[in-house]
Write a protein that binds this ligand. Structure first.
Ligand code: PBG
Length: 329
């Protein structure tokens, strides 16, 4: 069709944007349900659903309720869920003993999920905080977080999770040497098929606030800055990638996602391993709050956010928006 344009311009980028079909043809990035991982919070009991105040739309679920959500996720094409247990304070102690209890809440939930939905991948978090009376990811002594004694605890936890049927264990603790130590412990216990998704570049971020409310797992004293990465650094993330790769990680992760897109891209460039990104609780809460005020259009912002994370280089994204996204996909 003839038009009104009169000036000779050889390159007109707008030609590739002229309608939906054209845009679809030239689109570089698509977020598929198969790219997403759904994080879920589990609590004791049956028929229990406790909404998380700072994460509207998310709730702590008892195993029976969690199974229903997991089933929907699987039907929608989401390949994996990541489980986080919220425990009663009475079960927490200095050494996170409950974390390797084969009859513990997490272990029972994993067994139940694998029995009901064997093809859905179950990812379990390896870190002491949900089980620790100090609320830290490592063992605390005189206000210090001990590295090597923590590794022994993490190994017991990971082996117990593998024994319950976890497909992927995900160390989120940021202790030095943990990937190699867990790999060895898993292999020696007969779980060489269990994968390690390493929280490789996990930043000391203020965006975890709502998650800590969900699990009631905030540190009792101090902060996590001696083990989680400094938000000002990206070289450190690449250093951690090289170590985790050497130690046997199967997948490396950057967390949070949106404020660290440059890090995702740097990590992507530094490894051939698959890269995951965690669109964390604070990122979720911001969008929900603005949408509730009528200041942002939620669906469009979620689509754009997930797309930006994948465009930056993530092969997979953990997101509390996963279900919503797939329901309208
Ligand atoms: C704990 C852990 C945290 C998250 C995942 N695993 C919080 C923390 O390190 O304090 C955060 C997830 C989120 O904010 O969505 N090891």
């Amino acid at each position: 069709m003839k038009d009104q344009e009169r000036i000779e311009i050889a390159s007109r980028p707008r030609r590739n944007r002229k309608n939906a079909a054209m845009r679809s043809l030239v689109r570089e990035t698509r977020v598929l349900p198969s790219d997403l991982i759904l994080p879920l919070f589990v609590i004791e009991g049956t028929g229990q659903k406790e909404p998380v105040k700072s994460m509207p739309g998310c709730a702590r679920l008892s195993p029976d309720k969690l199974l229903k959500v997991a089933r929907e996720a699987f039907k929608l094409g989401i390949p994996a869920v990541a489980l986080f247990p919220a425990l009663d304070d009475s079960l927490k102690d200095r050494t996170a003993t409950e974390s390797w209890n084969s009859e513990g809440l997490l272990q029972r939930t994993v067994r139940m999920l694998k029995a009901a939905l064997p093809e859905l991948l179950v990812i379990t978090d390896v870190a002491m905080d949900p089980y620790s009376s100090d609320g830290h990811d490592g063992l605390v002594e005189n206000g210090r977080i001990l590295n090597d004694p923590t590794l022994e605890i993490l190994a017991r936890m990971a082996v117990s999770q593998a024994e319950a049927g976890a497909d992927i264990v995900a160390p989120s603790d940021m202790m030095d040497g943990r990937v190699g130590f867990l790999r060895k412990a898993l292999d020696q216990s007969g779980y060489s098929e269990v994968s390690i998704l390493a929280y490789t570049a996990k930043y000391a971020s203020a965006f975890y606030g709502p998650f800590r409310e969900a699990l009631d797992s905030a540190p009792k004293a101090g902060d996590k800055k001696t083990y989680q990465t400094d938000p000002a650094n990206s070289g450190e993330a690449v250093r951690e990638v090289l170590l985790d790769e050497e130690e046997g990680a199967d997948i490396v992760m950057v967390k949070p996602a949106l404020p660290y897109l440059d890090v995702i891209s740097a990590v992507r460039a530094s490894t051939i391993l698959p890269v995951a990104a965690y669109n964390v609780s604070g990122e979720y809460a911001m969008v929900k709050a603005a949408a509730k005020m009528g200041w942002l259009q939620e669906d469009a912002v979620v689509d754009e956010t997930l797309t930006s994370i994948k465009r930056a280089g993530a092969d997979m994204i953990l997101s509390y928006f996963a279900l919503d996204y797939c329901r309208r996909y």
